[in-house]
Design a protein around this ligand. Sequence first.
Ligand SMILES: Nc1ncnc2c1ncn2[C@@H]1O[C@H](COP(=O)(O)OP(=O)(O)OP(=O)(O)O)[C@@H](O)[C@H]1O
Ligand SMILES: [Mg+2]
Length: 418
Amino acid sequence: MLYLFEDFALDTERRELRRESRTIPVQPQVFDLLEYLIRHRERVASKDDLIAAIWGGRIVSESALTTRINAARTAIGDSGEDQRLIKTLPRKGVRFVGAVQEAAGSTAPPLEETRRLELTAAPHVKAGPAERRQLTVASCELMLGVTAARMDPEDLREIIDRCHDCIAETAHRHNGYIANTVGNTALICFGYPQAHEDDAEGAARAGLDLIATLKALKSPISLQTRIGIATGVVVVGDHIGSGGTQTPSIVGETPNLAARLQSIADPNTVVIAEDTRQLLGNLFDLQDLGTQNPKGVAESMRVFAVLRPSSVEGRFEALHGTGLTELVGREEERELLLRRWSRVKTGEGQVVLLSGEAGIGKSRLTAALIEKLAEEPLATLRYFCSPQHTDSALYPIISQMERTAGFAFDDAPQAKLD
Ligand SMILES: Nc1ncnc2c1ncn2[C@@H]1O[C@H](COP(=O)(O)OP(=O)(O)OP(=O)(O)O)[C@@H](O)[C@H]1O
Ligand SMILES: [Mg+2]
């Protein structure tokens, strides 16, 4: 079945969302959600309906559903404010309100053509007016090895297409978008059009994920990649000149630096410079590659290879590894927590919920409490959510168990079982 709305087509046979002739990458669950909403557009779909349709009734958090709804809106150029196509009815659910035509079968151009286009320009990112902002940019080069040169170009193209799909999917999952692909190199931007607190982390995780995904891809030739990541201020927005493309242009030293870092990276490694390292705190295990002067870069700089996500217990400590500022004020809150603790010691279990705006000092206060109770005979279990894992409702528990069991990042399933 083909559902047509505005200039979009949702093709349920091929499981593709297309806009004009381009395929828009969407996660499987986002596709399921769109299909369900459009198929049942005559009524409001409740939260339970959607969870049953997408997750087969498994228990998932409300935020997992909200994330999918937002992703579906973004994919079809809608937003929570506009609600042009997907409308939220408070306390009832959501409904697809756009005009839809149904057509049988698939009228799209052959798959290969659409695939290719999707990468040359990420269709869901439209250039706004040029603005100055901080971006993290990852330059990823596919290294195909010598056998590739002897392959038939059509077979090779098929493999490269599959790799590009992996790159697009990985970038999308970590809130990045592909700004540009030239030959075997893709430039992925993190922090545009929307900036996130964890853009640098997203870039590093995307890099590691990409290496792992390409390693796992079945292919007749050796597939490797190397990635350089840089962070800095650029001007991004409207395309310069009259090329007619709608993708944003990025002007500044950062994309160049990312490409230079990529060129000094070993196969299957991610290399970053100092600016990105500062944003990553201790979230990753790094290898210091010393001071280098990549070709085409004015100054020499310290560079690092990102090895794996580190096994630090808490995100707060990881991001504030060195030198916490002295705790200021908060006497009342601290005393209240200590009073609760003295009740615990008398055998009366206590739960304290600490809530407040982002950055108000919740983690800092908790750290102060843990420090204060360091001498006491107690076991501490800490669970941290992560903005990078919003698709996994049990992520805090899984990661806590993995830490306790001492799993390493690249342990094979068998090693974990043992
Ligand atoms: N009372 C305080 N004294 C000194 N520094 C503080 C205090 N409260 C917060 N800070 C500092 O402010 C910054 C933000 O605090 P923190 O990370 O604890 O906020 P949060 O409420 O946990 O934020 P989020 O919701 O983003 O997790 C940290 O660098 C922290 O060290
Ligand atoms: Mg916090």
